[in-house]
Design a protein around this ligand. Sequence first.
Ligand code: C2E
Ligand code: CA
Ligand code: CA
Length: 523
Amino acid sequence: MGKGIGPSRNSARNEIFVIAAIVVAAWYCFAQLDVFEYVIEFIHEMETYELDEVVLGILLAGIGGTVYAFRKHRQLKRESAKLEQAEEEVVWMAQHDHLTGLPNRKFLHQLCEHPDFKSCAETGQSHAVLVLDLDGFKSINDLFGHAGGDDLLIQVGDRLNWLMAEQTVLRVGGDEFVIVLRNVDTAQAKSAAREVVKALNEPFQINGNQTEASASVGIAMMPDHAPTLEIARVNADVALYEAKHRSKGSFKMFTKQLGTAMSERSRIEQQLRGAIRDGQLSVHYQPYIDLQTKEIIGFEALARWEQSDGTFIPPSTFIDIAEKSGQILELSELLFRKACKDAYNWPGNRTLSFNLSASQLRDRLMAKRVFRQLEQSGLSPERLELEVTESCFVHDHEAVIATLIDLKNAGVRIALDDFGTGYSSFSRLTKVEFDKIKIDQLFVQECNDSARMKKIVGAIFALSKSLDTTIVAEGIETHEQLQTMQQFGCDIGQGYLFGRPVPAEKALELLAADQIVISDSAG
Ligand code: C2E
Ligand code: CA
Ligand code: CA
C-alpha cells in the first residue's frame, strides 16, 4: 500500500535540492570570483566580434533554467503534499470501518502494541476493555433488511461515540463493538458498562419505525485480569458470553472462575472432536408410556458420552458446546443414524423420538438429511417423532417452520419439548400444528406442592385438549405425580418411575416384556 510512492517522491525532492544547491553555489562562486565583471568585459569584447548575443543567450538560458527549477520544485512540493494526504487517507480507511467511521479491528491490533497497554503491569495504570454485542441483531436485519441493519449499526456507533467521547470506541465485527477505557478502575468500568447498556436500551428509529434493541457487555481489566490489551479483549469476550447466557441486555465483569470454566469448555470442545471422530458417543433410550394401558409406545433417544474412567459428561453440557462450536450437525447425524438403525428392530409401530437443536433446524437441508437417513435405515417416517424446543423459533423462524412443514408433510411427527419454560409459546402453537406437547418436568414435579402450579398445569391441559394435541408429561418420578397427571387426563408419560434411559439391548429387553413394571420409587 503506497510502497512505491515514498522513494520516487524523495528522489525527485533530492534532485531539486541538488539543482538548487548547484545554482546557488555557482552564483555565489561567480560573485566571489568577480566572474560577472569578467563576463561584462567579455561581452564588451565580444561586441567587437559580434558574439555578444550568443553569450547573452547562454546567460538568459541559465536564468531560465533556474526559474524552471524553482517552478518545478513548487509543483513537486504540491504533488508531494497531495500524495501525503492520499497516503494518510489510505491508512485511515484501512484502520476504520466504512459504515460507522469508527476505528476497526486493524486499529485494535495496532492499539494492542501501544506502550500504554504493553506495560501497564509495570506502570501500575489500570485500563478496561468493554466488548459489546447487540442482542438479536439478526432479527433486526430480517425485519428491516440489510439497509435497516446498517442504519442501526450507525446509530449504535453514534451513541457509543457520544457517550464515550473521551475514550476509544471501535467496531470490530458485524454487531460487535469494543470500547477501550484508559485510566479507569473497576467501579468506573462497571459504571461505563451500565451507561452503555442503558443508552442502547433506548428505542431506535429505523425507516421511520421505532424499534427496540439491546446489548450485552463483557468487561476485563488490565492488569488485574490480563497483562495486555490483547488478552484483556479475549477475557472480556468470555465475560460477554456469560452476560448473554444469563440475560440479554446485561453486563458482566470477567473473573478468574469464568476463565477456568471457559478453559474447561474448550477442553471439552477439543475432546468432543475426538469423540465424534472415534465413535465414542452412544445413544440411550428412555421409554414413553401410554398412561392408560401402561404399554411402551416408543423411546426417546438421548445422547451419551462415556469417558474412559466410566463417568458420563451430561448431554446438557456437550450438546450446547457442540452447537456453539459447530459440531452439532456431525454429532447429530451420527446419533440419528444409530437411533434409526436401533428403532428399525423394535417390534410393532413403536416410535423413535429424536431431539433436534435450534441450529439444526435453521439448516435448510435438515428435512433432506432426515429423509436420507430414514431411507438408508428403512424406518418409515410415521415412526419418527422429532422433538423441538421453543428456542428453535427465536431466529429465522420462517425457515424453521418451512422445514417442519416439509417433515410433517412426509409423515414425520413433531413434538414441542420443554413446553412452558421458554419464550412466549402460544404464538408458536398457531404456526405449526404440533402432534404432541411435552410439558417440562418442572411442572410435573412441582404440581403437587403448589396449588398455583396445579392451576397452570390444568390450563396447559385445557389448551392442548382444545387444540386436539396429545400431552406428554416428562419427569414422572412418583406414584403421586403419576396420579395427578392421570387426573388431568394426560395421555403419555415419561420418567424414572417407568424407566431411566438404557442402552439399545436393554430397550429391546423392555419391549420383550409386554407391560412396563412400574417401580415403587424412582430411585
Ligand atoms: P430433554 O429432551 O428434555 O430430555 C429429557 C431429559 O430428562 C433427559 O435428560 C432425561 O434423562 C431426563 N429425565 C427423564 N425422566 C426424568 C425423571 O424422572 N427425573 C429427572 N430428574 N430427569 C428425567 P438427559 O438425558 O440428561 O438430556 C438432557 C437434555 O439434553 C435433553 O433434554 C435434550 O435437550 C438434550 N439432548 C439429549 N440428547 C440429545 C440429542 O441427541 N440431541 C439434542 N439436540 N439434544 C439432546
Ligand atoms: Ca426431548
Ligand atoms: Ca424435555
